[in-house]
Design a protein around this ligand. Structure first.
Ligand SMILES: *Cc1c(COP(=O)(O)O)cnc(C)c1O
Length: 356
């Protein structure tokens, strides 16, 4: 029940948003299993940062955990805190490492493994009491991670390293940088004692056994992204954005649609207005380019995407009425090719109004 601020009248529960992000749990689990198999003798973990790339980490983590996934990576401590009850201690790691003593104390108390990225972070962790941690070594991306030259630092020697990580800059391309980074990763493995080693993200898994180490860290491909051609046959779409029709209308030749009148009807046309817009992450790149579908019929986007609404052509589904649901065409590799957005952006930009 909902209560008005200025009265004691009790209202029915607030209606749901007319937007939902449907998650195909079986496809998610199948993708993880395929990536685990493709990782050979290495075990596939799961990158679940940014709320599992927008799909909802509290939903995704138990599904993957029950499928056999043992290790989960988030970026931030605040993300780790939201998953503590779902993952056994020591099986969740925070990639950004501790930024201050409070982060380090949280890591120590919660059992979330810090991924140490600098001597300063090593000091914070040791000062908090230390224990098992991971180490990220920068091998050429120059993002985060300890540099090769710092591997001999006494603070690093004081760490109890579970997994020694590095991260590939160009795993999704045939780049000579992949071999350069792999060589440095092997070099780092020879210098610093560790239990396990990891290098590959989703695309890195497709580079073959030399890149697998003991544990792989797929993210995007779990959620239906295909960052390397070799993965296409193994990966299924997981997330489908859906929204309801707010209105139908009948246009005549010469009528225009939406802001700046970028679409003009050539003849009589039935259109629908869907409760999905750029505020939901259905960005203006889909204006005149995207499509929705219902019951197998393709319904092209007409004119500009608005903040909360998008117009579609209902010719192929004349029976649809106000309140009915439609699905956006959102198969990630194709959607990226059409829109010019990356597959990562397509997922992580989907907004808060979707019921997940
Ligand atoms: C996000 C991330 C991953 C997952 O990468 P994908 O390309 O989504 O598979 C792996 N490793 C690290 C260090 C990451 O930050």
């Amino acid at each position: 029940m909902v209560r008005h601020a200025n009265s004691v009248t009790m209202l029915p529960d607030a209606p749901d948003y007319p937007l939902r992000l449907t998650i195909d749990s079986a496809a998610l689990v199948a993708n993880w299993s395929a990536l685990d198999r493709l990782s050979g003798s290495a075990a596939a973990a799961a990158a679940v940062k940014s709320d599992a790339y927008g799909l909802g980490a509290r939903r995704v983590v138990p599904l993957l955990r029950d499928a056999g996934c043992q290790t989960f990576y988030v970026a931030h401590w605040a993300e780790a805190a939201e998953l503590l009850d779902l993952v056994p201690a020591g099986h969740l790691a925070a990639l950004h490492g501790p930024l201050d003593a409070r982060d380090a104390a949280f890591a120590k108390a919660s059992g979330v493994k810090p991924v140490i990225n600098s001597p300063h972070q090593a000091r914070l962790w040791l000062d908090a009491g230390g224990g098992a941690c991971d180490l990220m070594v920068d091998t050429g991306m120059n993002r985060i991670g300890i540099s090769m030259g710092e591997l001999g630092d006494p603070l690093i020697a004081g760490l109890e390293i579970d997994t020694l990580h590095s991260h590939l800059a160009s795993a999704d391309a045939q780049s000579p940088l992949n071999e350069v980074q792999r060589g440095r990763w092997l070099d780092a493995r020879g210098q610093v004692p560790h239990r396990r080693a990891a290098l590959a993200n989703s695309a890195g898994i497709a580079l073959g056994a030399d890149y697998h180490g003991d544990i792989t860290r797929p993210g995007l491909a779990l959620y239906g992204g295909v960052p390397a051609a070799g993965l296409a046959e193994h990966i299924r779409q997981v997330a489908i954005p859906q929204a309801r029709l707010i209105q139908r209308r009948s246009l005549q030749a010469g009528d225009t649609v939406g802001y700046n009148a970028t679409f003009t009807a050539q003849g009589p046309l039935e259109i629908g207005v869907v409760s999905l817009g750029y505020a939901d992450g259905y960005l203006r790149c889909w204006s005149g380019l995207g499509a929705m579908h219902a019951d197998g019929a393709a319904l092209p986007v007409l004119g500009r995407v608005s903040m909360d609404m998008t117009a579609i052509d209902l010719t192929a589904a004349p029976h649809l009425g106000e309140g009915d649901w439609v699905s956006a065409e959102y198969s990630l590799p194709e959607a990226a090719a059409i829109s010019g957005m990356s597959q990562y952006e397509l997922l992580t930009s989907l907004g808060r109004r979707f019921q997940r």
